[in-house]
Design a protein around this ligand. Structure first.
Ligand SMILES: Nc1ncnc2c1ncn2[C@@H]1O[C@H](COP(=O)(O)OP(=O)(O)O)[C@@H](O)[C@H]1O
Ligand SMILES: O=C(O)[C@@H](O)C(=O)COP(=O)(O)O
Length: 424
């Protein structure tokens, strides 16, 4: 297998978002969990998205895991590697986007790296280096209250400069609008000044197509699904990949009970849970009892098991920004996050033992904890539930399962019902 494109995603929902985008753009794509073991049977594909849970871990660890993934991808022929980050640039000043980018750049010998989290389909646009979420700058969006990576600066040139060892430049929209040659010239100018990376503006998909053409001529890029779309279009339009059409798996049905787990505290997920209350039983976990060891996982299982035969259930730890802040003040941010993630993983593991075969998880870190616990090595991409969220068919797992790993911010108000309708 010779890969046309290698991708390293810093969380599992982000990876499935990217795998979905590449698949829709005509690339045969699989999502692996971590660097695949040698005995994982992978189909013949154009792109592999290696999912890491590296967004919110210590920077040194994120670097070493990303470098290992990079080596694996390049060893399978990937001339270009995309480091997939969140479309809302989730990170702290301590990392991990800058440190991972710096390390991959050094390994690849790249001059100046193009960086953009723009993903217009989900309302993420970048102008003059500033990231907008819908109509508002990042720092005024709900991301200012994220439990792990609160974002307080929408100027990504500044944000990335605080994390990276290299100077950060800007390729502005006026340049992008003039086309690929103008972008090439600006990038060469920045590289000539010793600037190692540039935030590049993008507002429309056509901007990402221009960016993709230039990025595909380089060894490394950094961004969200939007630049993935641009790269996929470039690989197809330059004949490096023969389009397979929008080639996702269709019509896979596994049957069996269904459950939803929500650990995301995003505004979108809170609304989706509220709407789900109208159509399925919902259990709200007590986060304090999770952290102090009050048997919440067992309570959740005792609640869920008798209901599974009747239809899907939803179990949520999600809380409002005020409640999250109060919990973190009592127990610490990382301790709270990790305890809740592990309890979600405990619940998922027991639900699967009880026969659940269709599982929807809301939240990137939450999805990472759950998928790791279920020891699922990879996924094939199925139909799209909402922008950035496909149905996933587990491969190489102990049980034949369908999953949906939803970024906290993605999906419409009826996401859980929408997903269940497509996961049969
Ligand atoms: N009630 C809560 N209070 C504090 N933190 C929470 C609560 N519920 C979940 N969390 C934690 O918040 C984080 C949410 O992150 P994640 O799952 O990535 O969601 P998103 O996709 O919205 O970023 C996880 O670490 C999760 O364990
Ligand atoms: O790019 C995006 O917004 C998503 O693909 C993503 O990475 C979401 O992360 P979570 O919100 O933590 O799931």
């Amino acid at each position: 297998m010779t890969l046309a494109l290698g991708c390293i995603a810093d969380d599992y929902t982000g990876a499935s978002d990217l795998a979905n985008t590449l698949t829709r753009a005509g690339l045969r794509t699989v999502q692996t969990i971590g660097v695949p073991a040698d005995d994982l049977a992978l189909p013949e594909v154009d792109a592999v998205v290696v999912s890491l849970k590296s967004r919110s871990i210590e920077a040194g660890l994120a670097v070493s895991r990303s470098r290992a993934a990079d080596q694996w991808l390049r060893g399978r022929g990937a001339g270009h590697v995309l480091f997939k980050i969140c479309s809302t640039f989730d990170s702290t000043d301590a990392g991990n986007i800058g440190p991972v980018m710096d390390a991959l750049r050094a390994d690849s010998g790249e001059g100046a790296v193009l960086v953009t989290p723009a993903f217009p389909e989900t309302g993420r646009t970048v102008y003059q280096g500033n990231l907008f979420v819908g109509a508002v700058p990042l720092n005024e969006s709900p991301l200012k209250d994220h439990p792990l990576n609160p974002m307080h600066d929408s100027n990504l040139v500044r944000v990335l400069a605080r994390q990276s060892g290299t100077q950060i430049g800007l390729v502005d929209l006026a340049t992008v609008t003039r086309g690929a040659d103008a972008v090439r010239a600006r990038l060469a100018e920045l590289a000539g000044k010793g600037i190692g990376a540039a935030i590049i503006d993008a507002v429309f998909d056509r901007d990402l197509e221009t960016i993709g053409l230039v990025a595909a001529e380089h060894r490394l890029s950094v961004g969200a699904s939007g630049i993935g779309l641009g790269l996929a279009c470039a690989l197809v339009s330059t004949g490096k990949v023969k389009s397979a059409g929008a080639n996702g798996e269709t019509g896979i049905a596994v049957g069996g009970p269904a459950a939803c787990l929500a650990g995301s505290c995003s505004q979108a997920t809170l609304q989706q849970i509220a709407n789900a209350e109208r159509v399925m039983p919902v259990l709200h976990l007590d986060p304090d009892r999770i952290i102090t060891g009050g048997g919440e996982a067992q309570r959740a299982l005792d609640w869920a098991r008798p209901r599974l035969a009747e239809g899907p259930v939803l179990i949520a730890s999600s809380a409002t920004p005020d409640q999250v802040a109060a919990l973190q003040a009592r127990h610490g941010r990382d301790a709270a996050g990790q305890a809740i993630e592990q309890t979600m993983a405990d619940i998922a593991e027991s639900l699967v033992k009880s026969g659940v075969r269709r599982l929807i998880v809301a939240g990137g870190e939450t999805s990472g904890a759950v998928v790791d616990r279920l020891k699922i090595p990879g996924f094939l991409v199925g139909v799209e539930i909402a922008a950035g969220v496909p149905v996933l068919h587990a491969v190489g797992a102990q049980a034949d399962m369908l999953l949906a790993l939803k970024s906290g911010n993605f999906g419409g108000a009826e996401f859980f019902s929408d997903a269940l309708r497509l996961m049969r």
